[in-house]
Design a protein around this ligand. Structure first.
Ligand code: GLN
Length: 485
């Protein structure tokens, strides 16, 4: 499968058509799906009809947008009008939204062709896709391993090149960690950069949508297409959206890259991972960057802070799933409270129940100040850590993950799973921009480099990632087991 910009250029030169590309994508996905199971719903009829419509409009000389005819996969927590949207939960197994999320509507007006909705950890809670209420998804690099999560289906299908582009969401690492595990590019934009309207909420002060793509240029194109102020989301920011492709650079002369002292000491015990990251920083230096040491003294409180704030917000957001208003209802007689109980007992999986209970507890009067308010204060300190760090550097480079993709079933202890987001959660709590870009292989399995930038400096971040990607070319260096390079 070509990248999105290659498809754009070939369609512009009339060397191929939206229909031909869409058919190829549908076939590629059909071939890999029995092994990967990256999708919860496939929409081939819709995709073929839409591709034909785009070809007809192009033939009339219309401008169909920067993604005209490009196949895309959508994480199943973006509402899609008329197409089932489950958020990976049995409680929404039959939910068909009456409207589309802003991200979906914007992708459509940019000309993209949706070919399906991707699997995910239930309500985006997890780091492996094993918490899906339906089935796990597998990693195209090794079918015994997880694709990461929660946006695991999106990462797996892009990693296998079933589609060049997908969208995911990241609350504490759910775009960056699966991107690292599947050898793709994943961008978590600044909080407020992209509208959350029509995204099924997990933790509203952290959730953010972003591109998951084969290369950095595609990430730039998709981010420009989906970003911007939306009157339907009061937390979306009124900050102009640049033409991000203009920011892509080929060298890093004059760029100061911060290396986080605390992160380096925590990865130093793993020789293979720490030498991979050392090599990544050396590659940045070869491109002309200057490395400076920075410190994030409160990063060590990231997990504790996140696992109060995210469950607290989730307990509030998920209260709407009671069997009365949305989705599945389980009621074998009894009163309305029994109906609520039975619906939730059957509809929610164990991790979701754990988080609701934890969050409800943290929000109890009497505990609220000790937990939620305190966590918010630590969050402010973390934001200040980043402000100080960025006074000394332009971007931060650091590990995206602490390990390559692990085997299904390997992390049965919830805390072991939570630790997967050690390097990604601080940026989420601070609300800044961060991304993962392929950085090489450990034991033949992909690992990503994380690059973070101040709020609304996605262009700067993508520019650095592009120079690194073009000089190292890890996205193309090897082919996965399933799919093509
Ligand atoms: N793995 C983290 C969690 O389980 C982050 C998930 C996410 O970013 N949606 O909450």
């Amino acid at each position: 499968m070509l990248t999105g910009h290659e498809i754009r250029d070939r369609i512009a030169r009339r060397e191929t058509s939206a229909l031909e590309i869409t058919k190829r994508s549908i076939d590629a996905v059909a071939a890999s799906e029995p092994e990967l199971r990256a999708y919860l719903t496939l929409t081939p009829e819709y995709a073929l009809a839409r591709a034909a419509e785009i070809d007809a409009r192009l033939a009339r000389g219309e401008d169909c947008g920067p993604l005209a005819g490009v196949p895309v996969a959508i994480k199943d927590l973006f509402c899609t009008q008329g197409v089932r949207t489950t958020s990976g939960s049995k409680i929404l197994a039959n939910f068909v939204p009456p409207y589309s999320a802003t991200v979906v509507a914007k992708l459509e007006s940019a000309g993209a062709v949706m070919i399906g909705k991707t699997n995910m950890d239930e309500f985006a809670m997890g780091s492996s896709c094993e918490n899906s209420g339906f089935h796990p998804t597998r990693n195209p690099w090794d079918l015994s391993r997880v694709p990461g999560g929660s946006s695991g289906g999106s990462a797996s299908t892009v990693g296998a090149r079933g589609v060049p582009i997908a969208v995911g969401t990241d609350t504490g690492g759910s775009i960056r960690e699966p991107a690292s595990f599947c050898n793709i590019v994943g961008v978590k934009p600044t909080y407020g950069r992209v509208s959350r309207y029509g995204m099924i909420a997990f933790a509203s002060s952290l959730d953010q949508a972003g591109p998951m793509t084969a290369d950095v240029r595609d990430a730039a194109i998709v981010l420009e297409a989906i970003a911007g102020l939306d009157p339907m989301d009061s937390t979306s920011a009124d900050v102009p959206v640049p033409h991000y492709e203009d920011a892509l650079r080929d060298d890093l002369r004059g760029v100061k890259v911060g290396i986080v002292r605390e992160f380096e000491s925590s990865i130093s015990g793993d020789a293979a991972m720490s030498s991979l990251y050392k090599e990544a920083y050396a590659a940045l230096v070869r491109l002309g960057a200057e490395l400076v040491e920075v410190s994030l003294p409160h990063a060590k409180y990231g997990l504790a802070t996140y696992y109060l704030i995210a469950p607290a917000e989730c307990s509030s957001n998920l209260a709407r799933y009671d069997g009365a208003r949305y989705g599945v209802r389980v009621s074998d007689g009894g009163d309305v409270y029994q109906m609520f109980e039975r619906t939730r007992a059957a509809g929610f999986g164990p991790e979701v129940k754990r988080r609701i209970i934890l969050g409800t507890y943290a929000l109890c009067s009497g505990y609220y100040d000790a937990y939620y308010v305190r966590a918010q204060k630590v969050r402010t300190l973390m934001k200040q850590d980043f402000d100080t760090a960025f006074s000394a550097c332009d971007v931060i480079a650091c590990p995206a993950v602490s390990c390559p993709p692990f085997e299904l079933g390997a992390k049965s202890d919830p805390v072991a799973m939570y630790l997967m987001d050690y390097f990604t959660i601080p940026m989420s709590l601070a609300g800044i921009a961060a991304m993962s870009v392929p950085a090489g292989y450990v034991d033949g399995l992909p690992v990503g480099l994380q690059i973070a930038a101040p709020a609304f400096e996605e262009g700067r971040m993508l520019g650095v990632a592009h120079a690194y990607e073009q000089s190292t070319r890890f996205a193309w260096a090897r082919a996965p087991k399933v799919g093509a390079a």
